[in-house]
Every structure is written in structure tokens, then in C-alpha cells.
Design a protein around this ligand. Sequence first.
Ligand SMILES: [Zn+2]
Length: 274
Amino acid sequence: MPELPEVETVRRGLAQQVTGYTFATAHGLHPRVLKPASLAPLSAVVGARIKGINRRGKFLWFELDRDQVLVAHLGMSGQFLVARKDRSAPNHVRAHFQLTRGIKKRELVFSDQRTFGWLSLERLINGIPQSAQHIAVDPFDTLFDRGAVIAKMKSRKAAVILNQEIMSGVGNIYADESLWRAKIHPEIPACDLTVRKIASLVDAATTVMSEAIKVGGTSFDALYVNVNGTSGFFETSLAAYGQEHQPCPRCGREIRRIAFGNRSSHFCPKCQVN
Ligand SMILES: [Zn+2]
């Protein structure tokens, strides 16, 4: 599933390739591609110019020169691809758009094999689309308040690195990596950690995700690609996630995988003891 660095990579690619273009056509090709709560059908974007691409957590939206925005969520396997002549058409296309800018033309497709991704037309409330209202800011947002996030985590009786309402964007991959870097056991409740330790976890999450963004994200499976159809390569830098039975890069002890709740975590039983 794409996490924040992968979605940010897609945002940057889209911003670079479609800003300034106008939607000439818009076609949904799968009954589930349009979110039921959408204010309008996909065709409502026809004639709208793309002013920029924004993001809150894993929600992307196209800023348009009108009072609605086109929101997109990649779900498990959603991809935006800007078509090129030297590339064959992608599989599982769920929506297709023709874009124009003067005499320039571009084709944009939204493909999604597992169909958990969606698009919708929404209004902004305080600058954020309706469907992303509950999502907290992430460390890359100018509104991110590191001190407030640390205080909120400290007050929780659960392991909180994945809580999207406190700090958004951290999913399984970057949670495992942040906990490994901060030397924290994945099951320890946040309230049992010192403020200093929580601060080191928040900072580790920020650093590990920045490093991943720099290299285009982690290619956790063949379905994640950027708008050019290529993959990121942060997976070569993973210390814990997916490394079960591999030696810990810090101490050499074998990385273990534990399951709890409905998820699992990879960690080093020697380094990550509190
Ligand atoms: Zn270790």
C-alpha cells in the first residue's frame, strides 16, 4: 500500500507534468472509481484548468480554477500515469483524462488493479477537502507542530506511531523503520516512553520519510510506480521492514516479526527494548 513518501512522489510528479493543463475530456471506466459522496460526476472537471496538486496525508487533490477540487486516493494499488508514446497502455485503467495546454496535449490515466482507490469532486473546507478533514498534518506540512504531536502521543495508552489522527502518513513500512531507528519496541504504549524518546521517534519518522521521498519512495510491490511508470528504490535502505531473519544492520541480531492486533511489525529484539 502506498504510504506518505510514495503519495508525495506521485504528487510531485503530477505537479510537474499536469499543472497549467486543462481537462479536455474525463471518463470513468469502472463503477467504483467515483466515490459515492462525490458532488458531481467526473465529467464536471472538463474545461477546468489545473492550478496545482495538493496533499493531506495520503489524500491528493487537483486544485482547479473553480470552486471544486478533484480529490484522489490511491488505496492499495492506485497509480496516476502520464501516457507516453513509447510506453504501452497500462492495465486496469479506471479513469482516463485528456489534457491540453495551448497546442500541447497529454493523456492522464488513473489505473488501479485492486479498486480500493477512488476519485471525487469535493469542496474545500478551510483549504482541505471534505474527505480528508479528519487527517492530521504530517511532518512535511508547514502546519506541523512537533511539540503538540509529542505531547499528544505521550498521553496515549497505545503504541501510536500509526495513529493518523496524531501524525499522518506513517504506515507499516515507515513505522517499522522509525521504531528501529529510535530503538523502541513496537508494542510499548506511548505513555510509558519518556518525552525525549517520543521526540526521537517523531524525528526518526520525519527523517526516514524524507530520505524515502528523495529516492522516489519504496517499491513494496510491482504496483507502486510514479507518474512516469518507474519505481522508487528506498527498499534497498530498509533496516527492519520486510527483513525477518536478516541481521540487524546495527547489532547483527536476527530481525524478528511479531503480529499483534491486525498488523505485524519487524524489529530487532536486542536494540529495541524500550
Ligand atoms: Zn539490533
